[in-house]
Ligand binder design. Structure first.
Ligand code: GUN
Length: 300
C-alpha cells in the first residue's frame, strides 16, 4: 500500500495560523506585539532568500520584523554590540543570527552571546543543556517541526523505535532528545555506523538528516514505518533542460514511499515547517518574557 504523504506545506500553514491567533490575542488582551530580529552578515544569496522569506511570514502572522543587514567585513566586536542591543530591547522577543557567518567570525561565540530567552533558533548552549535535561527551553526549529508532524500523525510516540540518521547540533542531536522526551527508544546513526540499512530496518520512525541525496532506500524501511526526510539536496536535472536542477531529500522517495506507512516529501515536507516553527518559537519567547501561559500547540 502506498504511504500516506505528510503534507508539510499544509501543516506549516496551520502552525502559522495558530501563531497568528496567539499574536492577535497578545495584542488584544495585553497590548503586546511579538518582535523578531534577524541579523544577516554578508550577501550569501541563499541566506538572503531565507531572510526575506522569514521577514515576510513574520509580518503575515502580525508580528514585528526587524532586519539588520551587516557588511560582510563586520567585525566580531560590532556584531556582538548589535546583539547586545537586541538583547536589551524590550520590543524584541526573538533574535536569529543567520548562519553560516563569514569565516572571520566565531559562530559559537556569537550564538552564545544571544540572550537564551530570545534564542529562537535554540542554538545557545543553555538551551542545548536545558533540552538535554528535559527542561523548558527554546527548541531548534527543524526538529520541532518534525516532532509536531510525528505527533500529529501518530498521537503518542511512546515506546516507538526511532532512528535518527545524522548527528548535527542543529538537527540530529536535538531531534534525538525530543524523541527521547516523547519516550521513543532512540538510536543516532551517522557516517561511521556499521550496517546502517539493518539499523534503519528496526525503526518505526526514521528521521533522515545526513545531507546525502537519496541515500535511504526503500529496502531499508520497515513496512509501515514513518519516514521524516530533513534533507534538501539540489541535483542537476538535464532532463528538465540545460542547467536545470531538482530538489531531493536524503531518502529515495519513490522506493521508500512503496514501503513506508507515511513519508514527508521533498520539497513540501519538513522544509516549510522550519520557518513556521521559528514564528512559533517567537510567540513562545514573547509569552515567557511577559509571564504568560505557554502558547498551546506551538511548543514541544
Ligand atoms: N541558516 C539556514 N537555516 C538556518 C536556521 O534555521 N537558523 C539560522 N540561524 N541560520 C540558518
Amino acid at each position: 500500500m502506498a504511504a500516506t504523504v505528510i503534507d508539510g506545506k499544509e501543516f506549516a500553514a496551520r502552525v502559522r495560523g495558530q501563531a497568528a491567533e496567539h499574536v492577535a490575542a497578545l495584542k488584544a488582551n495585553h497590548g503586546i506585539t511579538p518582535g523578531l530580529a534577524v541579523v544577516l552578515v554578508g550577501e550569501d544569496p541563499a541566506s538572503q532568500v531565507y531572510v526575506r522569506s522569514k521577514g515576510k511570514m513574520t509580518v503575515e502572522v502580525g508580528m514585528n520584523s526587524v532586519e539588520h543587514k551587516l557588511d560582510v567585513n563586520t567585525s566580531q566586536e560590532d556584531l556582538l554590540a548589535m546583539i547586545d542591543q537586541l538583547n536589551t530591547d524590550p520590543a524584541i522577543h526573538g533574535i536569529l543570527v543567520q548562519l553560516p557567518l563569514p569565516g572571520h567570525l566565531n559562530e559559537d561565540l556569537v550564538i552564545n552571546s544571544i540572550d537564551p530567552a530570545k534564542d529562537v533558533d535554540g542554538f545557545h548552549i543553555s538551551n542545548v543543556g536545558l533540552l538535554g535535561t528535559g527542561q523548558k527551553s527554546m527548541v531548534p526549529c527543524t526538529p520541532l517541526g518534525c516532532l509536531m508532524m510525528l505527533r500529529d500523525h501518530h498521537g503518542s510516540l511512546s515506546g516507538m523505535d526511532a532512528v535518527v540518521i545524522g548527528r548535527s547540533n542543529i538537527v540530529g542531536k536535538p531531534m534525538a532528545q525530543l524523541l527521547l522526551g516523547d519516550s521513543c527508544t532512540v538510536t543516532i546513526a551517522h557516517s561511521r555506523t556499521k550496517d546502517l540499512p539493518d539499523v534503519v530496518r528496526r525503526a518505526d520512525i526514521v528521521v533522515a538528516a545526513v545531507g546525502r541525496p537519496e541515500m535511504v532506500l526503500g529496502d531499508w524501511i520497515k513496512p509501515g514505518a514513518t519516514v521524516i526526510d530533513v534533507g534538501i539536496n539540489r541535483l542537476d536535472a538535464p532532463e528538465k533542460g540545460a542547467g536545470k536542477t531538482r530538489l531531493v531529500g536524503d531518502a529515495d522517495y519513490a522506493s521508500c514511499a512503496e514501503v513506508a506507512g507515511a513519508i514527508t516529501p521533498v520539497p513540501g515536507g519538513v522544509g516549510p515547517m522550519t520557518i513556521a516553527c521559528l514564528l512559533a518559537n517567537t510567540v513562545t519567547a514573547c509569552c515567557r518574557a511577559n509571564g504568560l501561559a505557554e502558547p498551546e500547540g506551538l511548543t514541544a
